[in-house]
Design a protein around this ligand. Sequence first.
Ligand code: FES
Length: 101
Amino acid sequence: MAPVSHFERLPCVGGEVVTITIDGEAHEVDSRWTVAAALIAHGHTRCRCTPEGQSRGPFCMSGVCFECRVDIDGTPNRQACMTPVAAGMRVVLRQDLRALA
Ligand code: FES
């Protein structure tokens, strides 16, 4: 079952459309969005797993909780909610950290 977003997408006014990749899949997003907004808008509500296997995703959207950490352009643990999107950006979700250990 696809995740349900509780965010309403407002019409884009004045922003450019840029393309980013999320786990290798290209997505067009508004250039004024953060990475977390782009993830949620495209149905990615989970960014990573705890060592115990519990999934985590953007929560506070204000840089406080650190639950939105993802790999961006090869740099791990970047806060998606504090990072604006950029054309060509590569975002990688960490679905299961245990598999990487
Ligand atoms: S969503 Fe809380 S720090 Fe990013």
